[in-house]
Design a protein around this ligand. Structure first.
Ligand SMILES: N[C@@H](CCC[C@H](N)C(=O)O)C(=O)O
Length: 294
């Protein structure tokens, strides 16, 4: 048996098991990741984040080529033991973890570039949480979305934020509450690599004081329903702005079962970026015996 020292953290209830492996010496099997994330037999989490130096793993080379200061790589895995390209809530929690553990130099703490499978993301520390610049995004076509609790399938807008999302608007809050997301929503056509599926409704009024306001529930690829999904929240705000057309704001407030997150779209030299601001909490530290991999 191997003992693993871990920290449990979350961003608006999207929870993660984090551990430090600076030199890339701990490779967990999908089975061990599923065990750590299991809410009954393990610690319980939506995903696992290994803090590893970019130079210590093959996947980190692209991050260092993009940004030599991206010392740390966010090695993110879903609860089902599959890797994901990116995690918006995870990036905030990861930055908080690196700072709390003293793994980044004080001069790096205000804007911290972290390596991910979908490029380097800058995380900025603020007074009431962290902001992660999710970078560029793109529309990726339409799909029909069927889910338990919906009478008919709804049109969904595909949005790629490094990881894949499909956003479907529902008619009213009752429909959102009536959804049964214990089963994976069906997408038509089905994306080859799966997708995170967001269901959204507007608040009344949709825009107040220049801020767009929506409510969302999500079924995450590789996890199931979660209390929040950062990249999904950004996708939902982008979809609503797209549907609303001219005059829609670039600032959004998104309520999810786990809390509230802010989204901002802003111009950069390479095109529009989208960012996510919200809390990051570390709640528990411990040691767990890992089952041997088979
Ligand atoms: N919860 C995350 C997204 C995690 C990865 C996702 N399940 C996927 O497979 O793409 C977030 O906050 O963005």
């Amino acid at each position: 048996m191997t003992a693993l020292t871990f920290t449990k953290g979350h961003g608006t209830g999207n929870d993660f098991v984090l551990f430090t492996d600076p030199e890339g010496e701990i490779t967990l099997t999908p089975e061990q990741i599923r065990f750590l994330c299991d809410r009954h037999f393990g610690i319980g989490a939506d995903g696992m984040i290994r803090a590893v130096r970019s130079r210590a793993i093959e996947e980190g080379a692209a991050s260092l080529a993009e940004e030599p200061d991206a010392e740390w790589f966010m090695d993110y895995w879903n609860a089902d033991g599959t890797p994901a390209e990116m995690c918006g809530n995870g990036a905030r929690v990861y930055a908080h973890y690196l700072v709390t553990e003293g793994l980044v130099a004080p001069e790096r703490r205000d804007t911290l570039p972290i390596g991910t499978r979908s490029g380097v993301k800058d995380v900025l520390a603020g007074v009431s949480g962290y902001t992660v610049d999710l970078g560029r995004w793109r529309l990726s076509g339409e799909r029909l979305v069927a889910a338990r609790g919906l009478d008919v399938a709804r049109p969904g807008l595909g949005i790629d934020l490094g990881n894949p999302h499909v956003v479907a608007a529902l008619a009213h809050a009752g429909e959102l509450e009536g959804l049964d997301l214990t089963q994976q929503p069906a997408l038509d056509p089905a994306p080859a690599d799966g997708a995170n599926v967001e269901f959204v409704v507007p608040e009344d009024p949709l825009v107040k004081d220049g801020v767009g306001r929506i409510r969302m529930r999500v079924h995450e690829r590789g996890v199931g329903e979660t209390l929040s999904c950062g990249t999904g929240i950004a996708a939902a705000a982008l979809a609503f702005r797209h549907w609303g057309g001219e005059g829609m704001p670039n600032h959004w407030r998104v309520d999810v079962p786990g809390g509230r997150v802010a989204v901002r779209m802003f111009p950069t030299e390479e095109g529009e970026h989208v960012s996510l601001s919200g809390p990051a909490e570390l709640v528990y530290r411990g040691t767990i015996e890992l089952p041997e991999s088979e």
